[in-house]
Write a protein that binds this ligand. Structure first.
Ligand code: BGC
Length: 256
């Protein structure tokens, strides 16, 4: 017998430099049907390997009780500048992605419609509609601290896409090479050492953008008590609420 599932269910996939996270989201409510699943990002993270991993992920989801219709569009959050479905950068994935028609490539792999958005933009959309920035007017800046540093700028609930503040140079070095969550782990930084790097970066960003609110996301945001109390800014700063599910939820929302 055919499964009865709401029309508002969509698959969201968040492709990161380290892990591919995925889930089924009820886009009417922004809630996950069950906790997100994840797999390691294949290395090298080139188009053929990622397309195959995405195909396997979607095949897995279609076996779940809460699977959406097999014809429903899939939303994908991707760790690169995305313009008209094309990747225009590749910082923590293979350079082979630059110039690739990501949407078309994944549509061919999945044989169903796909929409792709920058991963931090997906997280920003989710946090401002369903999470820590819900209902917040004005300029909201979401920074995701993960393998790299992602950024999303929302103005009165509207996204300014493809902001790349992880590549902002602070002290002559790209911020994400000194201040991402993965750099903290790789360099074995104490929370105090990490907080002082983050302070320097956030002060620069605050000066350049004068946001009304800063939201700190990425998996590290669950441990916000270790570092956010050390950060002194004039701008209110909050941890994300959706943590590492934000990319999956935001990706599903763009096809909801
Ligand atoms: C990329 C961004 C991405 C961020 C987080 C950066 O290296 O340039 O596009 O949003 O990492 O994955």
């Amino acid at each position: 017998m055919a499964k009865m599932t709401p029309d508002s269910l969509r698959i969201g996939i968040d492709i990161g430099g380290t892990a591919i996270k995925y889930g089924v989201v009820d886009t009417a409510t922004g809630t996950l049907s069950r906790p997100i699943a994840q797999q390691r990002t294949p290395q090298p993270a080139n188009p053929a390997a990622i397309a195959e991993a995405v195909r396997a992920v979607v095949a897995d989801v279609q076996s779940w009780e809460t699977a959406p219709s097999q014809f429903a569009a899939v939303g994908v959050a991707f760790p690169a500048i995305i313009r008209q479905g094309i990747a225009c950068s590749a910082a923590n994935i293979s350079d082979e992605w630059i110039g690739q028609k990501v949407e078309i490539l994944l549509e061919e792999a999945l044989q169903r419609p796909v929409r792709v958005i920058n991963d931090a933009d997906a997280a920003g959309l989710a946090e401002t509609t369903r999470g820590a920035g819900k209902g917040h007017k004005g300029v909201v800046l979401i920074l995701t601290l993960g393998t790299g540093i992602g950024s999303a700028l929302m103005i009165d609930g509207k996204l300014v896409p493809n902001l790349e503040l992880g590549h902002l140079e602070v002290g002559g070095l790209k911020a994400e090479t000194t201040t991402s969550a993965v750099v903290r782990e790789n360099e074995g930084l104490s929370w105090i050492e990490y907080s002082s790097r983050l302070q320097r970066y956030l002060s620069r960003v605050e000066f350049l953008f004068s946001p009304d609110l800063i939201i700190i996301g990425g998996g590290i945001s669950v441990r916000y008590e270790e570092f956010l109390p050390q950060i002194l800014l004039a701008t209110p700063i909050r941890p994300a609420q959706l943590h590492n599910s934000a990319g999956v939820i935001g990706a599903a929302q763009i096809v909801g």
